[in-house]
Design a protein around this ligand. Structure first.
Ligand SMILES: C[S@@+](CC[C@H](N)C(=O)[O-])C[C@H]1O[C@@H](n2cnc3c(N)ncnc32)[C@H](O)[C@@H]1O
Length: 208
């Protein structure tokens, strides 16, 4: 996802994702740049964030900004310099980095957020959930967005495109609720609650 096409999209250029089947879908950049209370799924997601919260793949930081304004300590991590810059501009504390590298206060966070498809980062959801568990304190929880239309876990090649640029292919995972529950169990995260809002679903997984 990193790269100039994504960053141009954050700058307002129309941009889409092309799958290996050559089908395209628009990137929901407006949502990423918007506010959490403009969308019922985002509102439900932030309502589940309690205590110190770390948002992995935070993009331009709408979740972190929303929590910060409400007095909840929150930190975003993203590998895109532009995303981190935009997050900072809206009052969200964010660090540039890879979620698989060492992060601040591992084992201390009460909530880990994976919003808007970021369960697909690294194309290895089991590894990512294991990473989330390592960041959480005992009794913490993970709030993960998933695709209610998907079953199992699938990794596909995608690339970002705009009218003027074509990015490199990268692999990304899509995860259904069944796979999320199974992967969670394997890394001591127990599925606790689920809410579905049309094409977006939120799962809460408790650290056990
Ligand atoms: C689909 S966007 C989601 C943005 C954000 N969660 C939101 O809801 O507004 C995915 C984000 O993940 C970031 N990303 C992808 N792989 C990453 C990695 N390994 N470490 C950190 N950030 C990553 C991208 O830079 C991008 O900002």
């Amino acid at each position: 996802m990193i790269g100039t096409v994504y960053e141009a999209a954050l700058g307002g250029q129309r941009c889409w994702v092309r799958g290996a089947d050559y089908q395209t879908r628009e990137l929901p950049v407006e949502r990423w740049l918007g506010e959490c209370d403009e969308d019922p799924c985002d509102a439900a997601l932030v309502a589940r964030c309690e205590g110190p919260t770390i948002d992995l793949g935070c993009g331009p930081g709408r979740v972190v900004a929303w929590l910060t304004r409400r007095g909840i300590p929150a930190l975003g991590i993203d590998q895109s310099a532009v995303a981190v810059h935009l997050a900072g501009r809206r009052g969200a504390r964010a660090l540039r980095g890879d979620v698989f590298d060492e992060l601040p206060r591992e084992g201390w966070w009460q909530t880990v957020v994976l919003a808007d498809g970021t369960i697909g980062m690294g194309a290895d959801p089991l590894r990512l959930l294991n990473r989330c568990r390592a960041l959480l304190r005992d009794g913490g929880h993970c709030v993960v967005e998933f695709d209610p239309g998907a079953t199992g876990s699938e990794t596909t090649m995608q690339r970002l495109e705009s009218e003027t640029q074509v990015g490199p292919w990268f692999s990304w995972a899509t995860v259904g609720l069944d796979a999320l529950e199974e992967f969670g169990q394997r890394v001591s995260l127990r599925l606790k609650d689920v809410e579905v809002f049309g094409e977006r679903g939120i799962a809460e997984l408790a650290a056990i």
